[in-house]
Design a binder for this molecule. Structure first.
Ligand SMILES: [Zn+2]
Length: 286
């Protein structure tokens, strides 16, 4: 991948991110005349369950405090699944999905229930994972009229069972890791297009655009991970700065799907592994 291209992988993780973040992002992308890939969380927003992580994982609390999580995600989001009922995310906004499609953006599958995946994947059965995929893909199809071509796992968290199951659900490629270069998953032969750049949550919003732009000093294709509730909320200004800076550096900005279709065939074949990256509370696949 020796071309100056950036793919935008925009995860829609919360109800608020879908309702408020997506329309603002659509406007930003329109202003820059660029397209992005939206990875949709289809089912319930049980983000409030994350609060239990404060008890279980001290790194999680630290991340919440240093990233100003309540400012980024909102107080209501912090209560969904606990004091407030969990609203459905993409399924509550069919008209927004239509708008995303008519604007020419690429839509793919991110999650049925994001929180339960991130909190308890290891203890879940293969049957639970298969049902999670089935419900999510069915919802995706009812919204878009198509099956998703790609899957981007919540929190870049996968295991062997997920990778094997993913190949039975008809995906053409995955975007489940934070590796530095695309590769082919050894266990299922699917292409992996990783998010190699850090996200604002990891580097912080203050001067965030600059910190990430500094990493763009090569003639390469990159994937920038975006979160609808951040870049379509308190991070909008930094996101606009990032887009402007990247274009000034001569990078083209496009969808992950477009990058997949122009990818060379000779990718390395390997297994993923889990690694704790700077600024994250949980290990990610790399
Ligand atoms: Zn996510």
């Amino acid at each position: 991948m020796k071309k100056k291209v950036i793919g935008l992988k925009i995860d829609v993780d919360t109800y608020r991110g879908m309702r408020d973040g997506v329309p603002r992002l659509l406007q930003t992308l329109k202003d820059f005349n660029i397209k992005g890939s939206f990875y949709l969380r289809i089912g319930p927003d049980a983000s409030g369950l994350a609060m239990w992580q404060i008890v279980r994982n001290p790194r999680f609390l630290q991340k919440m405090l240093t990233s100003n999580a309540v400012g980024m995600y909102g107080i209501k989001t912090a209560l969904y699944g606990t004091l407030l009922a969990s609203p459905l995310i993409a399924l509550s906004f069919p008209q927004l999905i239509e708008e995303m499609l008519s604007d020419g953006h690429d839509l793919q599958f991110h999650a049925w229930d994001h929180r339960r995946w991130q909190d308890s994947l290891a203890s879940r059965s293969e049957k639970w994972i298969a049902e999670w995929f089935s419900k999510g893909i069915e919802g995706f199809e009812s919204l878009t009229g198509k099956k998703p071509r790609a899957f981007g796992a919540p929190g870049w968290m996968i295991d062997e069972r997920v990778v094997k199951l993913a190949s039975t659900f008809g995906f053409s490629y995955l975007s489940c890791t934070r590796a530095q270069e695309p590769f082919i998953h050894l266990s299922n032969g699917l292409v992996e297009i990783p998010s190699d750049l850090p996200c604002f949550e990891e580097v912080g919003l203050k001067d965030g655009a600059h910190k990430i732009l500094r990493l763009l000093n090569d003639e390469r294709t990159h994937i920038f991970p975006v979160h609808a509730e951040v870049e379509g909320g308190v991070g909008e200004e930094e996101f606009r700065k990032f887009l402007q800076g990247a274009l000034q550096k001569g990078f083209a900005i496009t969808t992950v799907d477009e990058i997949f279709s122009t990818l060379g065939k000779s990718l390395p074949l390997r297994d993923f592994r889990m690694e704790l990256l700077a600024g994250r509370a949980f290990p990610c696949a790399v």
